[in-house]
Write a protein that binds this ligand. Structure first.
Ligand SMILES: *Cc1c(COP(=O)(O)O)cnc(C)c1O
Length: 362
């Protein structure tokens, strides 16, 4: 493992080493078929069982109720921004969105193409440094759903609990799915692009309540209707076989780690180490307000942009990679998803102490 560094990249992001090694082997010769995993038919019994097992493990880990379908779709998480309103809204229909960052804003823009969109909360003026508390917004009575981004990857904020509403919830969980327990039965739909916390880019997991499959307007293109993919078990057309396979391996790995509760505990510990380092002085400043802090993406600043650039470069030189913050807020960001090892966080915390001592603020 000596050729690997600690990779804090926000996505695509670090994956379990064991999974990568197995994938490398299977790409060449899958289950002794003499055929590589990315060469084998998606309708072969070998690949069908990969997809079935991935779904079964996701259902088990998230305790997904039987009246929900699991879909493996393409087009990235960003395609869900339009698929959701395209399938559930239309002339005269309304939905409510919470504006907590770039990904929420992009979803709002697309939703407006298909219905009347209410945005009762935005933290944009405060550089999206927080998510709302329950009493900071109201959901219009005639809303079809309440949409929110559970973890705001760029700004390092995360909803500490589910928004309270009697409307159906829809959530973009791209950057925190499987990092903590969620009650799926509270949702109409959950989606996540795989490349943050689940696997490689190329597949988006959608968990959708079955009754919603009937809502799609008749003039919706076949490929963009959830029902098409639900009816065909995500095999209406060729699915992203490699990405589904890696997601499946990551899910097996998660089970070996003890499942979501065990993972959530480790995630809390990792984040506590880093926030502890940030809070121990004024040198490092967290971007997010304390009550909105993400356990997955930790965005912080140093006293000056010059020190930030030096910090990122010197960290990379000791194999702490990918710490540059998103261009919209600058600074630094450590993404520490499920597969990111504790040792890497410990090493970063030591580096932070050391850097602060050697580079005092002017
Ligand atoms: C990365 C990200 C997206 C966009 O994902 P793509 O697969 O690139 O479209 C959407 N939402 C959140 C929360 C993200 O972190």
């Amino acid at each position: 493992m000596t050729d690997r560094v600690f990779n804090f990249s926000p996505g695509p992001a670090t994956l379990p080493y064991e999974v990568l090694q197995k994938a490398g082997k299977d790409v060449v010769n899958f289950q002794e078929t003499g055929i590589g995993l990315i060469e084998i038919s998606h309708r072969s019994k070998e690949f069908m069982s990969v997809a079935d097992e991935a779904e079964a493990n996701l259902r088990e880990l998230m305790q997904i109720p039987d009246n929900y379908k699991v879909l493996f779709l393409q087009g990235g998480a960003s395609s869900q921004f339009f698929m959701i309103p395209m399938n559930f809204l239309g002339e005269g229909k309304k939905a409510t969105y919470l504006n907590t960052g770039t990904w929420a804003k992009k979803a709002i823009k697309e939703a407006k193409l298909f219905g009347e969109i209410d945005v009762p909360y935005s933290s944009e003026e405060a550089s999206f440094n927080r998510v709302p508390k329950q009493d900071e917004y109201t959901v219009a009575e005639d809303s079809e759903y309440l949409y929110y981004v559970s973890n705001n990857t760029i700004y390092g904020t995360e909803f500490p609990e589910l928004p309270k509403t009697d409307k159906m919830l829809i959530s973009d969980m791209s950057s925190d799915i499987l990092s903590r327990p969620v009650d799926v039965s509270k949702f109409g739909l959950i989606f996540a692009g795989a490349q943050k916390n689940l696997g490689p880019a190329g597949v988006t997991v959608v968990i959708i309540r079955e009754d919603l499959l009937e809502k799609t307007p008749a003039n919706t293109p076949t490929m963009l209707s959830y029902k098409t993919h639900a009816d065909k078990g995500s095999m209406f057309n060729t699915p992203p076989c490699f990405s589904i396979y890696v997601v499946g391996e990551v899910l097996k790995w998660l089970k070996q780690q003890g499942g979501i509760d065990a993972m959530a505990k480790i995630n809390r510990e990792k984040a506590a180490l880093l926030y502890g380092a940030i809070d121990s002085s004024d040198y490092y400043r967290g971007h997010a307000e304390k009550e909105s802090r993400s356990l997955m993406n930790i965005a912080f600043n140093l006293p000056t942009p010059e020190l930030e650039a030096k910090f990122i470069a010197e960290a990379a030189a000791v194999d702490l990679n990918g710490l540059k913050g998103h261009r919209s807020i600058g600074g630094c960001r450590a993404s520490i998803y499920n597969a990111f090892p504790v040792e890497g966080v410990v090493k970063l915390v030591e580096f932070m102490k050391d850097f602060k001592a050697k580079n005092p603020a002017a």
